[in-house]
Design a protein around this ligand. Sequence first.
Ligand code: FES
Length: 170
Amino acid sequence: MVEEVQAVVGTTAEGAAEETLDMAALDEVLDQYEGQEGALIPVLQRAQAIYGYLPPEVLEHISDRLGTPLSQIYGVATFYAQFYLQKRGRHAVRVCDGTACHVRGAGKIITALEKELGVQAGETTPDYRVTLEVVYCLGSCGLSPVAVIDEQVVGRLIPEKAVALVRELD
Ligand code: FES
């Protein structure tokens, strides 16, 4: 998904205080889907691949171009877990707190990572380095407790190892 188009963030004349998004890549996608039924979800997927998440101005632009009410677009974007409405970190750290992982100490891993990163689970560090998430069963209960750091599954985790792995992320 990420290989699609790299994007697209510019700054205003005043500097970096305010970001402006280049809609050209999104317009190309919208051109491809023009007039097609059921375009909304694939368009949202492609838009997220371009921008990394779905900021309000992107959703408004999609609404304008598809003629779909903004409320309906928000309804879809918030219903599916695959869509992100907040800017995400360069790295995703997902700690499992499903039953098997929970009984084997996932809570301590989550607490250690929250302390290390200075954010709560579900949040992104202010420098957008890491998004910390809690998930519920990754299907690898035999390896519990488990986390997925970016695409890599790490099993039999302990808090110290989780912190060390996160420190290695650039
Ligand atoms: S409960 Fe964590 S992988 Fe299943």
